[in-house]
Design a protein around this ligand. Sequence first.
Ligand code: SF4
Length: 581
Amino acid sequence: RLRPARTPGRGHRAAGTEKRAPAAPAPPPARHLFSDPAEVEALRRNLLAWYDRCKRDLPWRTLAATEPDADRRGYAVWVSEIMLQQTQVATVIDYYIRWMQKWPTLQALAQASLEEVNELWAGLGYYSRGKRLQEAARKVVSELAGRMPRTAEDLQKLLPGVGRYTAGAIASISYGQATGVVDGNVIRVLCRLRCVGADSSSPAVIDWLWDMANVLVDRSRPGDFNQALMELGATVCVPKSPLCGECPVKQHCQAWRRVEKDLAFASQKLFGKAAPVPDVEDCGLGDCPLCPPATEPWDSSLGVTNFPRKAAKKPPRAMRTATCVLERRGCHQAPEYFIVQRPSSGLLAGLWEFPSVPLAQDLQEEKEREELADHLQAWTGRPVAAKGLQFIGEVIHIFSHIHQTYVVYSLHLDGDVTLDPALSPSRWVTEDEFRASAVSTAMKKVWGADPHLSVSGSVSVPLRQKVLYMWSINQGTQGKGEIPPFLGHGPTLLDSALSILLPCWVGSGLIWSHPLVPAHLGHARDGISMVLAPGLDWRRWGAEGGGLQHCTTAAGPCRAAQLSTVPGYCPPRSRALPGGQ
Ligand code: SF4
């Protein structure tokens, strides 16, 4: 235990039967404490000065600093904190801006439908967050007259879905309450500052960190201080390769001090001057509850990343689900797809998906088909032959705790289908409607697995072929979302072209995958590999006789596909496309 044991209440035991209270645990050693007020002051000053200089410009920060209405301000911070749970800042920004434009106040959000909330949330993950946020907004409007609670205690008590961290963040940032916060970034920073090496996910250590955060928080600028601590963890004191040299609080950091001592000792040793030093890092407590366990001592090769430590995570559970893209011809023969709504609780609650059925592991393919066919029969009200299901491929999606494999099939239906109103809500949608619906990222991946479904109406490729899209970045095309036209002729030609181009470009060092590319390509589907060829102008390539103009005309197959050199881009090379194209 890290905290003093509570005194039992009066009359708890009959006189004479009371056991002797255990000796109070020794206070944790100074190494794990911030017990010097002067040091606390200095740390606050250094951290806030750094934050004022280096903080990122984020839309919720602007609102928190400029919104005069206290309820609106609290709401704006609340939305950002919920969105930022388990999600990167870069991903959240766009969602946040759209959300606040659509529902700038609690009252506006309270009037929205869950369907609208899910639609806007689609792609952000952990979908129950949006739902709970809206439920809580309704509660504030209907039961609290639209007034946000002003303290961390009330926020946590009165708002469903608001935990200790979110309550502290809203109260300190929006209302100036001097209360600390502890999230993943803060845990990392504090564990390093005070060499806390015990399991940082254990309740006792978490309690200890909350106490520490409450001691440290700046009394006059609590919101900025909390944000600064989180900002430090997000940008400087990062999990791997922290930037200790640039850290504004390194002089207060025990982990950094330990690294410095290691280095000094190593250099002394190099010159044969090493004197035996007492282990100054030792707590002095044999069983210190905050030090690393004796079985996992300090590892010099890890430096400050010795902290924090966590118990090993449980591996994600493997799940297998059969899903079917059911297609029919709708108005004017336009294709339509059948989607159904998931139950209102549990994983991906209330989102829409292709009809899906969970499978036992290691089921034979024949059995999988039969199970899916039975499931589809219930939806369509007509017999579905298992053999009629066309296997498309497997799509893997990792949820936080589930390793999900979707076994994807497709089926074309003729004639009309009467939907059974007794079943969950279902509907037929066009491609555009599917994209605008509240569907999960996992279902968008499933959509991408079907070769009959187009990408932006121009390229049709099965995911299983692991086709790489080539993307040129240059003055002419950067950020405009164009796909070089030679990619628009289907998988066969594309594969052929790539089989020659890739080794050529890779060899010239012009290609690498880039994590930002999917963000540039609004229409691109998750899971498709992207390749960048920076500096490559594909239009110039074609115009200057790079060879590709011969295999890119929309008029038909290539005639004389020869690759030659574009000066400065590619080593000399000449090779015909395979298959006589
Ligand atoms: Fe983190 Fe390094 Fe700063 Fe310590 S000195 S708080 S380990 S970045």
